[in-house]
Design a protein around this ligand. Structure first.
Ligand code: PRP
Ligand code: MN
Ligand code: MG
Length: 183
């Protein structure tokens, strides 16, 4: 995945930092959920794919994997926090211990909606694992129990995060050069 190296001006979170933090978060989760049966990871497509795959493999605890795909209505700038479900859960999560896996909390609108939605499905517990958060972009406060990194409010891509569906496969999180999205 080095095709895009010229488009990235700076590495914000390196592969090694991601690996170490993922292991650290997985250790916390394994300790907190020790003895808990039926831990369900709900990944939010598409951004969470890389993190979810690595997190699940770091986790010394049995899990089941589920995915949801949701999309905000309208443009980012005018987002009302109302989202459309592109792919719903395949199964009932009631009575399950659920961990939502996200790549990033930006405005918080996606997770704000999703947490309400999942709560209405009656899980035994519900927490969030997010690799990244932009504290300066947050519009809705989200309780992120397991957080990787707070990052600057800048245009980052890689490790699941896209610009126009590209760059997701970069193994690190990097700053996208403005020339790329201004052209
Ligand atoms: C991105 C990201 C989060 C969400 C965060 O997903 O993966 O899911 O935005 O933004 P918010 O906190 O402002 O709601 P996006 O909607 O771009 O879909 P994608 O995961 O398929 O790229
Ligand atoms: Mn997403
Ligand atoms: Mg996206």
């Amino acid at each position: 995945g080095n095709w895009y190296a010229d488009d990235i001006s700076k590495v914000i979170v390196s592969e090694e930092q991601i690996r170490e933090k993922t292991a650290e978060l997985a250790k916390q989760v394994a300790a907190d959920y020790a003895g808990v049966d039926g831990l369900l990871l709900v990944g939010v497509l598409k951004g969470a794919v890389m993190f979810m795959a690595d997190f699940a493999r770091s986790l010394d605890h049995p899990v089941e994997l589920e995915f949801m795909a949701i999309s905000s209505y309208g443009t980012r700038a005018t987002s009302s926090g109302v989202v459309r479900i592109l792919k719903d859960l395949d199964r009932d999560i009631s009575g399950k211990h659920v961990l939502v896996i996200e790549d990033i909390v930006d405005s918080g609108l996606t997770l704000s909606w999703l947490l309400k939605y999942l709560t209405s499905r009656g899980p035994a517990s519900l927490e969030v694992v997010a690799l990244l958060r932009k504290p300066d972009a947050v519009k809705v406060d989200i309780p992120v129990k397991y957080l990787g990194f707070d990052i600057p409010n800048e245009f980052v891509v890689g490790y699941g995060l896209d610009y126009a569906e590209r760059y997701r496969e970069l193994p690190y999180v990097g700053l996208l050069r403005p020339e790329v999205y201004e052209r």
